[in-house]
Design a protein around this ligand. Structure first.
Ligand SMILES: Cc1cc2nc3c(=O)[nH]c(=O)nc-3n(C[C@H](O)[C@H](O)[C@H](O)COP(=O)(O)OP(=O)(O)OC[C@H]3O[C@@H](n4cnc5c(N)ncnc54)[C@H](O)[C@@H]3O)c2cc1C
Length: 424
């Protein structure tokens, strides 16, 4: 019999959780006659999508080719070929009483996968198809082809959303259409297109301080992108269905823009529709204990969450690095206590890093950001992220699980209401 640690989602969080489970959970589970353990990932695509690079990948496959944004998942686990399984498909239902997940595979087959412990890492979907891989790499590449074709004749582009995705995308779109400005230029000489970024707030980039947000606006202006503040996109409607049809963008300030292209970068939608409604918080994220990352609803047993689908996080890859060891250690200790009937070894706790932290390229030359509360100069932003959207620094390492070579130090915290555990 093989017992399964089932991971739903094969992106930054799911792949990281799988590496941690293979390296530090399975080897420590009690050996039982006739019982083996495996780690199974379910994901709609066989490739991880480097969505961090989406703002550049969507505008140009020369600047950001497919082999830089898609990374095959299964080959990353050849070191554990007897204990790792990959199922290309989507979870459609969780039966927590029966401890099974229903999955529709890419071929349309229905499967029911039993689990001993479940990790939900299904992340989020974006309103624009430019920033989400919904099925596979080929489908997203063809979305990019169509978008890049439409960009060629675009004279008016509207981007909705003043967060990092909106700012980065507006910068890439403006630069590809209007070109790179001269060294000292504050705006392009002969802009080909009018690019407008609609920001619902009084400043861009909510995580960063006002002075950094102002610099972001100046860098956008240099590329020919204007920012409209304190304004929301009320509706965006295609005018006709012929190729090249314009989009009528209605704004909360009463203005209407007839745009050749409208890009919706206004937030994210958690992928939780397959989960019981009573497990979700008021933002439709999977509600968990923010310290243990365990789902604590009375009907959920040995269910954990990592990544942007979870209620515990403000999102981002760095937070995943710190969350994975916590969720997977708690999963391990819960499983050991369940299998052996021995006292629980205590919980590992997650502490969110809430420092001012965000790196935001604006076109291929400039950018703004802060790291650990310190402002990062534009040249450093370029070096860290702007030149290739973190691919050289992070992509191969994430696929190999480099961050989780070691289990990491932690002090067991006694579970509330349970005696006999060593406390911190
Ligand atoms: C344009 C853009 C730029 C970004 N830039 C940065 C950045 O510079 N730095 C940073 O830290 N963060 C950045 N982020 C945020 C970062 O992408 C997220 O933090 C990260 O993707 C979260 O990873 P995840 O694994 O939790 O979820 P996701 O990346 O959303 O992955 C979820 C996975 O689950 C799969 N899935 C969904 N539903 C199911 C289902 N029912 N069954 C099975 N699988 C399912 C999805 O197909 C996907 O593969 C950016 C986001 C965007 C959109």
């Amino acid at each position: 019999m093989s017992e399964t640690i089932l991971i739903l989602g094969g992106s930054f969080a799911g792949i990281s959780a799988a590496h941690y489970a293979l390296k530090h959970v399975i080897p420590q589970l009690p050996k039982k006659e006739g019982v083996t353990y495996n780690v199974t990932i379910v994901n709609p695509s066989k490739d991880l999508y480097w969505r961090i690079a989406a703002p550049r990948a969507c505008v140009s496959k020369q600047l950001m080719p497919a082999d830089k944004i898609f990374y095959p998942i299964e080959p990353a686990f050849t070191y554990a070929s007897s204990t790792f399984k990959f199922v290309q498909g989507s979870a459609t239902h969780v039966d927590s009483a029966g401890q099974t997940v229903s999955v529709t595979t890419v071929g349309g087959e229905q499967q029911s996968i039993p689990y001993s412990a479940l990790v939900v890492a299904t992340g989020f979907t974006t309103p624009s198809p430019l920033f989400t891989q919904t099925t596979n790499a080929a489908a997203l590449e063809s979305t990019y082809d169509v978008f890049q074709q439409s960009l060629k004749n675009a004279k008016t582009v509207v981007v909705g959303g003043g967060g990092p995705v909106g700012v980065e995308t507006a910068g890439e779109v403006a630069e590809i259409l209007n070109g790179k400005p001269g060294f000292m230029a504050s705006a392009p000489k002969n802009p080909k297109a009018k690019v407008t970024l609609i920001c619902g707030d009084k400043k861009l980039l909510p995580v960063l301080r006002e002075s950094i947000a102002k610099t972001a606006q100046q860098f956008l202006q240099r590329l020919g992108c204007d920012v409209t503040y304190n304004t929301k996109v009320v509706s965006a409607t295609k005018v006709g269905d012929q190729e090249g049809a314009k989009t009528r963008v209605e704004l909360s300030n009463g203005e209407t823009i007839e745009a050749d292209i409208y890009i919706d970068a206004t937030g994210t939608r958690p992928n939780t529709s397959f989960l019981p409604k009573e497990w979700l918080d008021n933002r439709n994220r999977l509600a968990c204990n923010p310290q243990t990352l365990r789902v604590e609803h009375s009907s959920a047993s040995r269910i954990y969450t990592v990544g942007d689908v979870g209620s515990y996080t403000r999102g981002g890859v760095i937070d995943i690095y710190s969350a994975v060891p916590v969720a997977m250690t708690n999963l391990k200790n819960d499983l050991i206590a369940h299998i052996t009937g021995e006292a629980h070894k205590g919980d590992r706790h997650h502490t969110p890093d809430l420092k001012e932290q965000q790196i935001c390229p604006i076109g291929t030359q400039k950018g703004v950001g802060a790291f650990a509360g310190y402002r990062v100069p534009s040249q450093m932003v370029w070096l860290i992220k702007g030149r290739d959207y973190l691919i050289a620094n992070l992509a191969e390492g994430i696929m190999r699980g480099d961050q989780f070579k070691k289990e990491g130090k932690w002090t067991p915290i006694q579970q509330a209401g349970k005696a006999g555990l060593s406390s911190g």
